[in-house]
Design a protein around this ligand. Structure first.
Ligand code: NAD
Ligand code: MG
Length: 390
């Protein structure tokens, strides 16, 4: 199998390459990309001999080209480079870029006969209708790598679609699950980056702490499984062992469980419809002892409520939600705003957009335009929230 990894140097990219090392299967690497980590890309080429290597930041291209001179590997950069990577011949593409930046390359990767392994959930939040239409039109196979959605995908095989009553995604609750509203106002980026169960990139780790990650995942599930908001639920489960549950109309509930390790859902996507043989971490429930569940708290974690409202509002609202959240998370990580400023900024941008009632983006350019305006509006609010934080 020829595989391309978009976002090769990130957490999802690393898990993917670790599986390629461990699986006995024959894999060859077609294209790999990163935003700016030239050293990471070069190390991957030495080990996996990719055909095309792309650094998104054009200023790093010369460095990449020089480092790979004489190896026979093609290099490129910028948004055209990312599109070229997506189009390089491959059987499977891991969509592991973070944020809406992954939309254009991931869409370009959707081609007939291909397997798309989707980690980049923001693509579906930003332009889900467009994305799923492209999948249907090309007949590409879309497999969810996000652990909850991967569990849903597997559980759905237990019965006919019309018998599905409800799909429940679990959330760890993040590092601040038991914090009061006052405590939440004072948490630092370092504390927010310490996720209790999963090891991931910084953006999704902050999203997990605000619960926006679960909100984005509701929207992701809506598109992946063609389910309306009212059939989608969230349950807090601090141990992150049960990833999702599918309730059928006869009362049967089928759940997907595993150790919280992203290599497991990625292995499922790479092996599908077979099962990959690798040194998978074993789930030891006797050792874990007990699993607990609780309802999410919409008051302390407003992001979940905002995302659900965006899903229900439809049109361009999820695109706006995602863009505003990306700006707010970046500002929080940079120490410019407080933790509770993240949902507050998202809410203000959504309020402003509500009256405009923009339709769902029909093209990548339309999605990029909505995303751009929402980012400007979110950035305009940063000063106001920074002033409040100090
Ligand atoms: P990460 O930050 O560790 O890695 C992101 C990758 O994308 C890197 O290779 C980076 O160079 C590249 N990238 C970032 N911005 C870019 C840009 N503007 N242009 C081009 N490339 C860019 O993130 P991650 O944790 O690996 O997450 C990747 C995606 O997978 C996210 O959408 C995330 O929500 C999703 N996801 C991650 C996990 C996880 O465990 N890490 C689990 C489920 C879903
Ligand atoms: Mg997830």
């Amino acid at each position: 199998m020829r595989i391309t990894v978009l976002g090769a140097t990130g957490s999802i990219g690393k898990s993917t390459f670790e599986l390629l090392r461990q699986s006995g299967r024959e894999f060859s690497v077609s294209a790999i990309t990163a935003k700016s980590d030239v050293n990471g890309l070069v190390a991957l080429v030495r080990e996996f001999k990719a055909k095309l290597v792309v650094v998104a930041d054009p200023e790093r291209h010369r460095e990449l080209r020089d480092a790979l001179a004489g190896t026979g590997t093609k290099t490129a950069s910028g948004s055209e480079g990312l599109l070229a990577a997506a189009e390089e011949p491959a059987d499977a593409v891991m969509a592991g870029i973070t944020g809406a930046a992954g939309l254009a390359p991931t869409l370009a990767a959707i081609q007939p006969g291909r397997r798309i392994v989707l980690a980049n959930k923001e693509c579906l939040v930003c332009a889900g209708d467009l994305f799923m239409r492209r999948v249907r039109q090309t007949g590409a196979t879309l497999l969810p790598a996000d652990s909850e959605h991967n569990a849903v995908f597997q559980a759905l095989a237990a019965g006919p679609r019309e018998a599905v009553e409800r799909v429940t995604l679990t959330a760890s609750g993040g590092p601040f699950r038991t914090f009061t509203r006052e405590q939440l106002e004072r948490v630092t980026p370092e504390e927010a980056l310490r996720h209790p169960t999963w090891s991931m990139g910084s953006k999704i780790t902050i999203d997990s702490a605000t619960l926006m990650n679960k909100g984005l995942e509701l929207i992701e599930a809506h598109h992946l499984f063609a389910l309306p908001a009212k059939q989608l639920d969230v349950l807090v489960h601090p141990q992150s062992i049960v990833h999702a549950l599918v309730t059928f109309r006869d009362g049967g509930v089928v759940a997907g469980l595993s150790v919280p390790d992203m290599q497991i859902p990625i292995a499922h996507c790479l092996g599908w419809p077979e099962r990959l043989a690798w040194q998978a971490p074993k789930l030891d429930l006797a050792q874990i002892g007990s699993l607990s569940f609780e309802a999410p708290d919409p008051v302390r974690f407003p992001s979940l409520r905002l995302a659900r409202a965006a899903l229900e509002a439809g049109g361009a609202t999820p695109t706006i939600l995602n863009a505003a959240n990306e700006v707010a998370v970046e500002a929080f990580l940079a120490g410019r705003i407080g933790f509770t400023g993240i949902p507050a900024i998202v809410e203000r941008v959504l309020e402003k957009a509500a009256a405009e009632r923009l339709g769902a983006p029909e093209t990548v350019n339309a999605a990029a335009a909505v995303d751009h305006i929402a980012r400007i509006r979110a950035r305009d609010l940063l000063l106001e929230f920074a002033a409040k934080a100090s």
